[in-house]
Design a binder for this molecule. Structure first.
Ligand code: GLC
Length: 522
């Protein structure tokens, strides 16, 4: 089966951040039965697959991206019976379930890490992680200058079993997320057990966390001095070491034993050639493409992002992917200026994204036009970035606030408890699912209509993109099988080309497409 005919090659994935989607047991934190209870909503929205951020056993230092047992579901999310219920109920509705897996690191609460600490230097148990002696007199300096993505040093010194100051271990993320040593075959052996465990239970594929991070350069050379929190460049030695591709080839061999299963890699690499290497026919099926999350609402930048995305995926004949946001980046309504303007632009960008060939990832709450919550009080912030950056970076909680479902006041039907894990803004009363379902002009109704057209109209078949001439501040292309998409990022209304208008993100003004909006014509 070529990539073009696979179920995921034109799919709409919906990312559920489980803590924030729906809480079934009233503890203020979303869970898997909450997702199951809302499957009708997702089916009516018109999605093909769910990507679940991590739900495996975890102390939740990084909300599940710190995994203590990769083959069990955390009780907070409902345990194993809850995922079995979700898989069965989703499959009944024709919705696929994909899960996050986290190969780069474990939780410090993983039994392997406890063993490594207890066993001491030079032991096999330490060889599952990246332990090194410190530099300088008494090893008082960390082994190199690497910083954690969340801020501070990437090295933590441990006390040895005899109580003396000992070795350091590497953690590219939180101190509670020690990096695994992928040169040790035991690490892959255990990972492939996890892949099989979930595939055997009926999961349809995986989003692979930090898929460009598992292999470290020999000798662990220092990084440049100007590394920023929560971002990195392509020449950063902490990521994208070429031997990571051997790991992806081994993962692909396992996944290929399960026809139809898909892998999506989180690959924070901007160079087209280097990014595309992850999509060689024997590596990942899909690469998460962050380009549209990195740009403003600007016609030249949008064209450039599309051209580069298409060029990169074309290198190995892979399927393009598109996204406007996820749980790590600012929500697009806020990125585009917030308020009415931000929402208008977000709706326009959704139409652009859905008009492009390939696979789309929607982040829960995007379909409601949720903005970031910028005024969360400091005392509720939970992203480890807040502590690790010395309270200089507030981190990602602002895009993870629970979804408003119904009613006039928090917790808006998200939970039976008013004490939700992050507080919900009172003004979200206007954005609830309940209100938006009852309003034909709402962002939710607009999303449903757009997804329905994408699913049902033959003009959305095909994989071509042909640029059409357009005013400088507009983006115009004929995509796929004859769909024309026009986006106006300028200050004046523009004329639409000939054709039948099938959707506009805002009402036309005297037959013209107003600023900050988009249209589809056939
Ligand atoms: C990925 C996840 C992010 C997490 C990090 C460490 O970037 O998307 O949320 O904090 O990996 O696992």
């Amino acid at each position: 089966m070529g990539p073009g005919s696979a179920w995921w090659s034109n799919a709409v994935f919906y990312q559920v951040y489980p803590r924030s989607f729906a809480d079934s047991n009233g503890d203020g934190v979303g869970d898997l039965d909450g997702v199951t209870a809302r499957l009708d909503y997702l089916q009516q929205l018109g999605i093909d697959a769910i990507w679940l951020s991590p739900v495996t056993v975890s102390p939740m230092a990084d909300h599940g991206y710190d995994v203590a047992d990769p083959r069990d579901i955390d009780p907070l999310f409902g345990g194993m019976p809850a995922i079995d219920r979700l898989i069965a109920a989703a499959h009944e509705r024709g919705i696929k379930i994909t899960m996050d897996v986290v190969p780069n690191h474990t939780s410090s609460a993983h039994p392997w890490f406890a063993e490594a600490l207890a066993a001491g230097p030079g032991t096999d148990a330490r060889e599952r992680y990246i332990f090194r002696d410190g530099r300088g007199p008494d090893g008082a300096l960390p082994p190199n200058n690497w910083t954690s993505v969340f801020g501070g040093s990437a090295w933590q010194r441990v006390a040895e079993p005899d109580g003396s100051p000992g070795q350091y271990y590497l953690h590219l993320f939180d101190v509670a997320q020690p990096d695994l040593n992928w040169d040790n075959p035991e690490v892959f052996d255990d990972f492939q057990r996890s892949l099989r465990f979930w595939l055997d239970r009926g999961v349809d594929g995986f989003r692979i966390d930090v898929a460009h991070g598992m292999a470290k350069p020999p000798g662990l050379p220092d990084a440049a001095d100007d590394v920023k929190v929560l971002s990195h460049s392509d020449d950063d030695p902490r990521f994208n070491h070429p031997s990571v591709h051997d790991i992806h080839r081994k993962i692909r061999k396992i996944v290929d034993e399960y026809p139809g299963a898909v892998t999506i890699g989180e690959v924070w690499v901007m160079d087209n050639l280097l990014w595309a290497e992850y999509l060689r026919p024997d590596e990942l099926h899909l690469g998460f493409n962050f380009r549209l999350t990195k740009i403003g609402f600007d016609a030249a930048q949008i064209r450039d992002a599309i051209e580069n995305s298409l060029a990169a995926t074309a290198i190995y004949d892979a399927v393009p992917t598109w996204t406007l946001s996820n749980h790590d980046v600012d929500r697009e309504v806020t990125r585009y200026g917030g308020g009415e303007l931000g929402l208008r632009r977000a709706r326009a960008m959704v139409m652009l994204m859905l008009a492009l060939p390939g696979t789309v990832f929607i982040y829960n709450g995007e379909e409601l036009g949720l903005p970031d919550v910028l005024d969360l009080p400091e005392e509720v912030l939970q992203d480890p970035t807040w502590e690790r950056s010395g309270h200089t970076e507030r981190g990602r909680d602002k895009c993870r606030v629970p979804i408003p479902w119904s009613g006039e006041a928090p917790p808006f039907g998200f939970s039976a408890s008013a004490d939700t894990w992050l507080p919900m803004p009172a003004e979200w009363a206007a954005l609830t699912v309940e209100k938006q379902l009852a309003d034909a002009e709402s962002t939710l109704s607009f999303f449903r209509r757009a997804l329905e057209l994408r699913r049902e109209r033959t003009e959305f078949e095909g994989t071509d993109v042909e640029w059409l001439s357009a005013p400088r501040d507009a983006v115009k292309f004929r995509g796929r099988a004859g769909l024309v998409c026009v986006l106006n990022a300028g200050k004046r209304a523009i004329a639409l080309p000939d054709g039948e208008l099938i959707l506009a993100s805002a009402p036309l003004v005297q037959g013209k497409l107003p600023p900050d909006s988009a249209a589809w014509l056939v």
